[in-house]
Design a protein around this ligand. Sequence first.
Ligand SMILES: Cc1cc2nc3c(=O)[nH]c(=O)nc-3n(C[C@H](O)[C@H](O)[C@H](O)COP(=O)(O)OP(=O)(O)OC[C@H]3O[C@@H](n4cnc5c(N)ncnc54)[C@H](O)[C@@H]3O)c2cc1C
Length: 501
Amino acid sequence: MNRVIFKVLRPIRKYGLRTFSAATSDLLNASHNHSATTGILEKTNSTDNVPQYDVAIVGGGMVGVALACSLATMPLTKHLNVALIDSNPALMAGGSIKKEDPPDPRVSTVTPATISFFKGMGAWKYIQLHRHAFFDRMQVWDYTGLGYTRYSAGDVDKEVLGCVVENKVLHRALLSCMEESNMQKTIYPARLSALDLSFSLKSDNVSSQPHANVAKLNLSNGDILYAKLVVGSDGSKSHVRELAGIKTTGWKYPQNAIICTVEHAVENRCAWQRFLRSGPIALLPIGDNFSNIVWTMDPKQAAECRSMDEADFLKAVNEALDYGHGPHPQSETKGGGGLFSWLKLDTTPSANEPFEVPPRITKLASERMVFPLSLMHANSYVSKRVALIGDAAHTVHPLAGQGVNMGFGDASSLSRVISEGVAVGSDIGEISLLRRYESERKAANIAMMAVLDGFQKAYSVDFGPLNVLRAAAFHGANYISPLKKNIISYASGEQGIPLFS
Ligand SMILES: Cc1cc2nc3c(=O)[nH]c(=O)nc-3n(C[C@H](O)[C@H](O)[C@H](O)COP(=O)(O)OP(=O)(O)OC[C@H]3O[C@@H](n4cnc5c(N)ncnc54)[C@H](O)[C@@H]3O)c2cc1C
């Protein structure tokens, strides 16, 4: 049964809702003393006729909707009363995606850990209805021609290394999963404009009880609502983060990414990435005879690449993935490795695979889009009644396709922590509970950010000795089997740090 309430379609059932408080009080009455907050929220129907929610999710991008889905599918959280706030028309469209629709130039490489998360929520079945592409091989090399690394799913006894999915498909799949659930949720097609994090709700009914603190949210369309917990999933320029006074650390990369979808004559089941002097270029399979290009370069070059005619752009991409910018590395099966042959310690099956040239692209299949790139990390992921997830908490360089995977990890972790809070009758906006989410995710995200930033910096310098070190890294990753297996597990989201464990 579809129980999504679109706030634009008034009237909304404001007070007949069976909220978290009511549902869990049945469950927990005998064994737990409810906090004053939990009790009062059930009785505040008379307060200004303002709707009250357990969780208000500000930002209905991929990560915000993933949190809503996760809450909707966990036994202890599916009774929560959730508001989802975003003016993005995709949330209201309710439409389906047709296979013949043009590909979305924005894609995400999703890791096996993300695929398991989607399967657990029942969202993966919707991905399977649309274009998506599993890949079982990866090849990474650079412009110096000094080395390359091949990865294969067989190295870790798996069938796939990951899957590339268009962002509109990921988003639609999560929305379908959320719509299908029985959770009471209301979509507000508006933007958050103001936030009071210690609003005191007065109970008219029980004067002896203390006032309940909730967050009060003012929206751009004039709506007001209360929530015990406000989740900021509103992207890198998060308004929730700003209104909660949470500072960030980070820097802009002197690079932009140009992305687009291209067509080639043969099928592609490999993810290709070549590091050029100006930044990495990736060719990622997205299904049928399409692949996605993510090409990082300085902003002036990116603007030129975006505006050049199609034939020149295709030529530039084909050169960047082939002989342009430097020679091919020598295939190891032909006796390459030279200086690094001593590294051939304990090899995986893919270590003996020859270097391959990616498929030649023949056609541009989407518009070209340019994105600025930055590393940003919120100094804190939580404050009282606030939790940040996804790009609101961290942004990373897209060179390893980890950004939204980190966000899905946040959504999964936060929903588990909320569930633990519900189980013991805690106020889910309490900082002590939210800190559990922060400590779990901050460590994992910082480690990933350090690795990605290290890669970005190591490959941004063209300097003889460093080039040799990078070549050693390619050979090390190719030939030291435990290292290669650890890199694959880490990139798959299945293993935490360190790489050498
Ligand atoms: C070129 C490029 C390639 C990438 N490739 C990959 C990849 O292969 N794999 C990967 O894992 N990641 C990748 N990423 C990163 C990934 O795209 C992001 O991490 C992801 O989109 C973040 O999702 P999000 O839901 O956190 O934020 P967003 O997608 O930014 O969504 C935020 C939502 O909040 C809404 N919003 C904003 N302000 C308000 C407000 N005041 N009130 C209400 N709503 C608001 C917006 O409308 C939007 O819908 C890539 C990024 C780039 C730039």
